[in-house]
Design a protein around this ligand. Structure first.
Ligand SMILES: Cc1cc2nc3c(=O)[nH]c(=O)nc-3n(C[C@H](O)[C@H](O)[C@H](O)COP(=O)(O)OP(=O)(O)OC[C@H]3O[C@@H](n4cnc5c(N)ncnc54)[C@H](O)[C@@H]3O)c2cc1C
Length: 468
């Protein structure tokens, strides 16, 4: 249904000439998404500049039952920001850092701040904001909170949900909830902010957030360890975690296939070892202090791991440049995968103790179903999150392979859920995984979610058709 002209006119009046886009060419980037699976349609892209403008725009839409799809950096991987009519409300111009409070270790940012700019503002204040993911140059903090983004430092700092003290939200009827508290303790009823975090824009529009800051790491040691097999990857993880506890901030794993396709397709990817190995663990240990001998104790710890046979070889970065080279091996995997041909993706999690069992079982199931399929397992293994992706058999037709997307998803998600895991660890549900919600969530859980949705958004105008 087209948005009534009087609503569009009211929105134009609210946001002014720079606050909206109505031509097809200008709207195009807001209608397509990262994976190229969906293509959306809408009548206007609106770019408000203040919370008051967001509230007024939502008010205009609520009065006429017009659907609103919030969008941040549009880097989401499940089609959550793709409109199916109505308007897109982009937070791109809502991008001020409202303040940094070093004493309370907080930073207040508007929803449209690009994640890298939030990190930089924290850094300028001598502090640290730990949320970090490969899309950080374009994703926006409101999008990160709305998807409860994970990324590479979950092991030490938790997901986006754990990094928030307060929120400001425009509700589906246009009211503003000012929950911008800076309190570490506040047990005054339901924790409303957590409702909006991970809600993918279905319950309201996050306009600003109070984020937690941490002491900046002053020492950082990055290691790439070569590991004989998946079971030893987990042994190495336990070994390092026991030795370094909270100082272990990242533990990423890349299979040999991941390194091979990186070497083939992405300039600057290197193999620092002389021999080939089954898996590689990229780990990072940090400390807010200097001169503590962190590097030396990690060296000793790794020598012990080599002796015990839970690592086959290891490189410790000797400079920032070398650390970046090692990270490049990991960061190159998603791009290399695109260039390697068709791939069917899974973002699952299982309890950390069951990661090896998951990879073994899921690999067995997909290889039996489609001989020649190539399993590319990589990701944030220290927190039980595996990007279990399937690359097309070399000789198979790409479209033929991709036509098996739902079938393969079903096989892999069944294994994850049987092992007490999740079919969406960090990317969310959006449009892509709505079917899985029906299959794997209990009726009680789905009903609770529907009750919340209809209580907050009885007209179903806030990102309709997503999640539920
Ligand atoms: C190269 C690459 C690497 C990635 N790595 C990771 C990773 O390691 N971990 C991870 O978790 N994700 C990862 N992602 C996915 C994506 O970057 C995250 O989901 C990110 O948090 C989305 O932020 P965004 O601003 O782009 O949100 P968008 O894509 O614009 O929106 C995502 C969802 O949030 C809603 N939304 C956006 N802003 C608001 C708001 N202000 N209020 C209410 N709802 C809103 C949208 O409607 C949509 O449903 C990666 C993506 C890419 C392309």
């Amino acid at each position: 249904m087209a948005v009534p002209e009087d609503v569009l006119e009211a929105i134009r009046g609210t946001v002014g000439p720079k606050g909206w886009i109505g031509d097809a060419g200008g709207m195009e980037p807001y209608l397509i998404e990262e994976r190229g699976i969906y293509r959306g349609a809408c009548d206007m892209v609106v770019l408000p500049q203040s919370t008051a403008e967001v509230a007024a725009v939502v008010g205009h839409c609520a009065r006429a039952d017009v659907a609103i799809v919030p969008q941040g950096g549009n880097t989401g991987l499940v089609g959550g920001g793709v409109p199916e009519g109505g308007i897109v409300l982009s937070t791109a111009r809502l991008d001020r850092i409202r303040g940094v409070d070093p004493f309370n270790h907080t930073l207040t940012a508007e929803a449209g701040c690009v994640l890298a700019n939030v990190q930089a503002a924290a850094d300028e204040a001598g502090a640290y904001f730990p949320l970090s993911l490969a899309a950080e140059g374009s994703c926006r903090i409101g999008g990160n909170l709305s998807t409860n983004a994970g990324g590479i430092a979950v092991l030490r700092y938790g997901t986006a949900r754990d990094l928030v003290l307060g929120l400001e939200v425009v509700l589906p009827d246009g009211q503003v909830w000012d929950g911008l508290r800076r309190l570490r303790k506040d047990n005054t009823g339901y924790d409303l902010k957590q409702l909006f975090i991970g809600a993918e824009g279905t319950l309201g529009i996050i306009t600003a957030a109070v984020l937690k800051l941490f002491p900046a790491p002053r020492t950082r040691v990055t290691v790439l360890a070569a590991v004989p097999g998946m079971d030893t990857v987990m042994d190495l993880f336990v070994h390092v975690r026991e030795g370094f506890g909270d100082a272990l901030v990242a533990f990423e794993v890349i299979s040999r296939l991941g390194l091979d396709i990186g070497l083939e397709h992405i300039p600057g990817v290197i193999d620092p070892f002389q021999s080939r190995h089954g898996y590689y663990a990229l780990l990072e240990v940090t400390s807010p202090r200097t001169g503590e001998g962190l590097r030396e104790s990690l060296e000793t710890h790794l020598a012990d791991a080599l002796e015990k046979g839970i690592a086959a070889d290891a490189v410790i970065a000797s400079s920032e440049r070398q650390a970046q080279e090692l990270w490049r091996i990991r960061d190159a995997v998603p791009e290399a995968q695109k260039l390697e041909g068709g791939s069917i993706k899974h973002d699952v999690s299982v309890p950390v103790s069951r990661v090896v069992e998951f990879i073994d079982r899921a690999t067995g199931v997909v290889e039996k179903d489609l001989p020649g399929v190539r399993v590319l397992a990589f990701g944030h293994l220290g927190d039980g999150n595996i990007h279990f992706n399937l690359l097309q058999p070399k000789a198979m037709d790409r479209d033929d392979f991709l036509s098996r997307w739902d079938h393969m998803n079903r096989l892999v998600h069944d294994v994850a859920v049987e092992l007490d895991g999740s079919f969406s660890a960090e990317h969310g549900i959006g449009r892509l995984k709505r079917g899985d919600m029906k299959r794997y969530k209990s009726a009680v859980e789905l009903n609770l979610m529907r009750t919340l949705k209809s209580a907050l958004d009885p007209k179903n105008i806030m990102n309709p058709g997503k999640i539920l």
